[in-house]
Design a protein around this ligand. Structure first.
Ligand code: CAA
Length: 383
């Protein structure tokens, strides 16, 4: 039985900041952000948008023509959770009035847990082929004003429907993974911003990629020639590019093959470079970028994916394109949502990050908004 991603939808926040605006305010050469990080904009959430409203909007689009009665499980991957106990997916479940007879669970391991969710969904469907699993990745990446991580902030949600006989991509082979207790990035309870050892996080990301990729080739009896493209967890484009270069230097021999993989890599940054890091969703946003912008890929082609979550866990897995996949992509929706975004001035961006009271505005064109807390309970409005 073939199991994989049947449908995928991305939701961008309402606002964004041009990184040349940030560079000017921080008195940094804007080429550092453009070339050194390979990023051009960062997504910013107003205070009435959060991981729940982003996820609800993505899910509403994902499920618009679906029979939701078949969804047996809802896995919500996030590292910017809104509650230490209640799963964020339950708010989405309520806002969208999803069927009661389903499991709703939140998964955490930094940016990695979305890859685990996809794999768990596959295992579930293997024994319940008539069911579907909803996988959500939703995060707001914030490092704080004036920090070295500031340029790598972002926000967004990716919703995926996992099923048997998927219309987009089939999960293939045996995934390989690696976990070690490493303090490269963490966020203690009560802290708004993460603590980061930037250099260690980069070294660990690259080392984990090298290990899980080599393990994958060995375990699955594959070579680099078995892949037509690669997608990486993308905290910022340059780090994923370094992983790509590491692979090309070590494994790829022909110039032609190298050029093809590099060209496809640049396609895989299409949305990420305008959104920034979205933690759990970054890898899948990169996959979406590739699928929606590369017109040379075809049914039967194989994409290798590297998931990484600081702390740290890494995983390598692969997906094969299904015949007619292009017809089931939501490219027009994604581009229109990107166009609808409002550009912020530096002062507006600063006010949002400082969470000043007067920076809360009611978003007029959004179907879901976060209204704040009442008696410690999160209040959402559905329009
Ligand atoms: N023109 C062109 N390039 C320039 C430049 C200029 N004028 N000035 C600097 N650069 C280049 C630098 O040479 C460097 O390139 P290389 O990486 O190829 O050497 C690049 O711009 C970045 O410059 P710095 O190394 O000086 O950047 P920094 O020290 O200010 O910050 C960082 C980098 C440590 C990653 C920081 O942004 C950070 O802490 N980010 C958050 C943590 C993170 O994203 N880590 C990634 C791995 S962890 C992970 O993947 C999980 C996750 O999602 C968080």
């Amino acid at each position: 039985m073939q199991i994989g991603i049947d449908k995928i939808v991305f939701q961008a926040p309402a606002y964004y900041l041009e990184l040349h605006t940030l560079a000017k305010a921080r008195e940094v050469d804007s080429l550092k952000y453009e070339k050194g990080f390979m990023q051009s904009q960062m997504a910013v959430c107003p205070l009435d948008e959060d991981i729940v409203t982003l996820a609800a909007e993505a899910t509403q689009k994902l499920l618009q023509d679906e029979n939701v009665e078949n969804i047996a499980m809802f896995l919500f991957a996030t590292e910017s959770s809104v509650d230490a106990s209640k799963a964020a997916g339950l708010y989405v479940h309520g806002l969208l009035d999803l069927p009661k007879k389903m499991r709703v669970i939140e998964l955490k391991q930094a940016c990695y847990s979305s890859a685990a969710a996809l794999s768990m969904a596959k295992d579930y469907i293997a024994s319940h082929p008539e069911k579907k699993v909803l996988v959500l990745c939703s995060d707001i990446a914030k490092y704080g004003l004036g920090t070295s991580g500031e340029v790598t902030q972002g926000a967004g949600a990716v919703a995926m429907l996992v099923s048997a006989n998927p219309r987009l991509l089939v999960l293939q082979g045996e995934n390989t993974y690696l976990s070690e207790d490493i303090m490269d990035f963490w966020r203690p309870y009560g802290e708004l911003y993460p603590s980061v050892d930037g250099k260690l996080s980069i070294e660990t990301y690259l080392r984990f990629f090298e290990t899980v990729y080599a393990d994958y080739l060995e375990q699955n009896k594959k070579t680099t020639a078995s892949f037509d493209a690669f997608c990486f967890h993308m905290p910022y484009g340059k780090l994923a590019y370094k992983a790509m270069q590491q692979l090309l230097d070590k494994y790829v021999i022909t110039e032609e093959e190298k050029e093809k993989l590099e060209q496809r890599f640049f396609k895989s940054t299409h949305y990420n470079k305008r959104i920034g890091n979205i933690y759990t969703g970054s890898l899948f946003l990169s996959l979406l970028s590739l699928l929606e912008t590369d017109h040379t890929l075809k049914a039967g082609d194989t994409i290798g994916l590297f998931a990484y979550g600081s702390g740290a866990t890494g995983e390598f897995f692969s997906l094969q394109l299904v015949d007619g996949y292009q017809e089931h992509l939501e490219k027009a929706y994604h581009e229109s949502k990107m166009q609808e975004r409002k550009e912020l001035s530096f002062e507006e961006y600063e006010a949002i990050l400082k969470a000043e009271k007067d920076s809360r505005k009611t978003l007029e064109n959004k179907p879901f908004v976060f209204l704040g807390l009442e008696e410690k309970k999160r209040q959402y409005q559905k329009r």
